[in-house]
Design a protein around this ligand. Structure first.
Ligand code: PLP
Length: 504
């Protein structure tokens, strides 16, 4: 043992090779955290994709490419970036273009309103290569405040807006400041977007699940939420926040105004923070998105005494909507009703991170303040955004139609967002071999289904167990972003064979 450990001998002392880190040496919370949308199935999909790339002629797989339906990442698929964004951003990246603004080539590439907006943004931001104010460039925050007040009809204060690197950074700040100790609880919807369970685990806090009701299109159940609050409080849990994802991921459901008001009532009664994750507010096909800020503002108007203690953090992002600029990391968080003491702590966290990505801040400005009718870029902007919106809707419809026609699958029609969350009606009585395989492999049956789907068709989606589901039920989450119908046909064929093989 000693012989192998000695690396070199000096006249003064022996040098031993120190051990490498083991996972047991690490912060155990980082091991606890799980994130299914980039979990073991997407990792396997990446390996298969690499295998096809390295062996194009003899990869031996029954498909030619991977269909990445596991994550809402539109530009990873075929969605093109909007010209408006990229034209302004190009000038921000290379301001020298402005010096050539009178040349024919530049005039052709950059209409007058693009030049004007880029010049204004450069004046506001300085260089996008410089750190900004920790909370985000003030002029962009003012623009966000105007967007919010135009959207809701109630004022917004730019001093209470933080520009963040995607909505994820905002979630991370909120969960960090609110996780006081192991008894800090967070009410999260089930099914949920796994950023929440992962962040709760990282902060050693406690997730408290409130189930959305699948039978009524994933609606919330305020009575059940109140009951679970009482139960948790009796166990000594201090519930810090209630998370609401609207429009829903993975459910695609949109909350009614009255449902939102019920949730605000709960927060008012119990003094917990509301985290309104509204990143899909532009992805609406049926019904209407109403922001939690708007509902709270109208309640405050009617009964200021009852609602004056409500604290709301509402989040938005450049990653979704028709922008799909996930890689640019733009987002904002508006704080309503927080004390300045608490806001200062969030400001400190933002300062420790220096600032959010400055090109992402600029992109947020372009998203919430697009070209207006009559401006040179308007027609192209409208055409591109309408096409993306209509495309998403028709892809959602096509995939939904396919699922409802499949045996032993039911699916709620998505009203918004980018996902379908169909239920797989598998039971041990009808699918005994599937349950035996699942038990032997130590993974749930929906996981077995998703692995086989990947291996047979190249379609990568995520089992419902990664998002949470009522025990004994099985689901999967898929985006409807991949283009074309061919992959849907592949899925239909797979499912037919799966049922034929496993069903008794
Ligand atoms: C509900 C929800 N919230 C937040 C995010 C994080 O988005 P980003 O950090 O890219 O803004 C996502 C991403 O898919 C999401 O689905």
């Amino acid at each position: 043992m000693l012989r192998h450990s000695v690396r070199r001998f000096t006249t003064t002392r022996l040098h031993f090779i120190a051990n490498k880190l083991k996972t047991s040496d690490l912060n155990q919370q980082t091991l606890e955290a799980k994130y299914a949308v980039r979990g073991h199935i997407p990792i396997k999909a990446d390996e298969l994709s690499q295998h096809i790339l390295e062996n194009p002629d003899d990869h031996g797989l029954p498909f030619e490419s991977i269909i990445s339906a596991n994550i809402g990442n539109p530009q990873q698929l075929d969605q093109k970036p909007l010209s408006w964004y990229r034209q302004v951003l190009s000038i921000l990246q290379y301001p020298h273009i402005l010096d050539l603004a009178s040349s024919k080539g530049v005039k052709e590439l950059f209409p007058q309103d693009i030049i004007k907006r880029a010049s204004t943004l450069l004046k506001d931001v300085g260089s996008i290569g410089a750190y900004s104010h920790s909370q985000g460039t003030p002029a962009i925050r003012k623009s966000v405040a105007k967007f919010i007040s135009d959207r809701d009809g109630y004022p917004a204060d730019h001093n209470k807006i933080f520009l963040t690197s995607g909505a994820s950074a905002a979630v991370s700040y909120l969960l960090q400041i609110l996780s006081r100790d192991e008894n800090s609880g967070f009410l999260i919807p089930i099914p949920q977007y796994p950023l929440y369970t992962a962040s709760i685990a990282l902060n050693k806090a406690k997730p408290i699940c409130y189930y959305l009701k699948e039978e009524t299109n994933w609606s919330t159940d305020p009575v059940a939420i109140r009951k679970s609050i009482e139960e948790e409080k009796a166990k000594g849990i201090d519930i810090k926040a209630l998370v609401v994802i609207n429009p829903g991921n993975p459910t695609g459901a949109i909350l009614e105004e009255s449902d939102i008001a019920d949730l605000i009532d709960i927060a008012a009664d119990h003094g917990m923070v509301l985290i309104a994750d509204e990143v899909y507010q532009e992805n609406v096909f049926t019904g209407k998105f109403v922001s939690m800020k708007k509902v709270l503002s109208s309640l405050l108007e009617k009964d200021p005494k009852r609602y004056s203690n409500v604290q709301l953090a509402s989040l938005h992002s450049t990653s979704k909507g028709v922008s799909g600029e996930c890689g640019q990391r733009g987002g904002y968080m508006e704080l309503i009703g927080f004390s300045s003491e608490v806001q200062d702590v969030i400001f400190k966290l933002a300062s420790i991170n220096l600032c959010s990505v400055v090109s992402g801040q600029a992109l947020m400005e372009l998203m919430i303040n697009p070209p207006k009718e009559g401006e040179p870029s308007f027609a192209l902007y409208k055409k591109e955004t309408d096409t993306i919106h209509d495309d998403l809707q028709s892809r959602a419809d096509a995939l939904y139609d396919a699922f409802v026609a499949m045996d032993d699958i039911t699916c709620n029609k998505p009203a918004g967002a980018m996902y379908l969350f169909p239920r797989l009606h598998f039971s041990p009585e009808q699918y005994p071999e599937l349950f035996t395989e699942s038990e032997e492999a130590g993974i749930p049956p929906d996981d077995v289904y998703c692995i086989k789907l990947l291996e047979k068709t190249g379609i990568c989606c995520v089992p419902g167990s990664g998002f949470g589901q009522v025990p004994g039920t099985y689901h999967l989450r898929t985006t409807f972003l991949p283009p074309g119908k061919e992959w849907v046909a592949r899925w239909e064929k797979f499912h037919q064979e799966f049922v034929k093989h496993y069903k008794k």
